[in-house]
Design a protein. Structure first.
Length: 211
């Protein structure tokens, strides 16, 4: 086999799902394919989250001698503190009329969350370009936040391109001059899962910030 293909297969392996036991856990952060009797699944492993999503089903029924896989979501970091979401709302209000961005991160060693402002390279009421910050050891981005100034919260085609390769929650706050509107989704390597219900603790904290 070509050496480059060998490296690629080691970094992104395919695993046959056994029929009589669970698949061995991934030893480190990364991604792999799970080939099962009910389709091909993508498994993503991070210290803060583990996800299994169906990539595709087989085109016809055929006896495949593997076990079944299932869609899974395991959040390992716990709940994101509402006060950090409220802290970002304050940043967004102070940046008006321009957009602003921040990350909410989680440290796998200490278990601590923090709000990390994103250094702005350029911004306006409908545009934001920022520099990705240097995180501490064992620190992972969990929520990618940005504001829409006085406009409503929504995910644009630019957001779709920016989020294409990430594993994260994406949060947009709009109407930052008053009671904020909120858009939230889980980004899974190009799959965008809109969260219809924003955590009530976040909404309460945002309401408390309205001046």
């Amino acid at each position: 086999m070509n050496p480059l293909d060998q490296v690629l297969q080691r970094s992104f392996p395919s695993v046959m799902v056994p029929t009589r036991e669970a698949v061995a856990p991934m030893p480190a952060s990364g991604e792999r394919l799970l080939v099962a009797s009910n389709g091909v699944f993508l498994e993503i492993n991070r210290p803060w989250i583990r996800l299994v999503r169906l990539l595709g089903e087989f085109g016809w029924r055929s006896p495949i001698p593997y076990g079944e896989a299932k869609v899974e979501t395991e959040v390992r970091c716990g709940s994101v503190p509402a006060e950090l979401v409220a802290g970002f709302a304050r940043m967004a209000r102070e940046a008006l009329p321009n957009e602003v961005g921040a990350w909410i991160t989680w440290n796998a060693s200490s278990g601590a969350f923090r709000l990390v402002p994103l250094p702005s390279l350029s911004h306006s009421p409908d545009h934001l370009k920022y520099e990705r910050p240097q995180l501490e050891a064992d620190e992972w981005m969990v929520v990618d936040c940005h504001s829409h100034g006085r406009s409503k919260a929504f995910f644009s085609s630019t957001d779709d391109r920016d989020d294409q390769h990430d594993v994260k929650l994406a949060l947009v706050l709009g109407h930052c001059h008053s009671a904020p509107s909120v858009a939230l989704r889980l980004c899974v390597k190009g799959r965008f899962e809109v969260q219809r219900e924003v955590p009530s603790r976040w909404l309460a904290a945002l309401s408390a910030e309205v001046v």
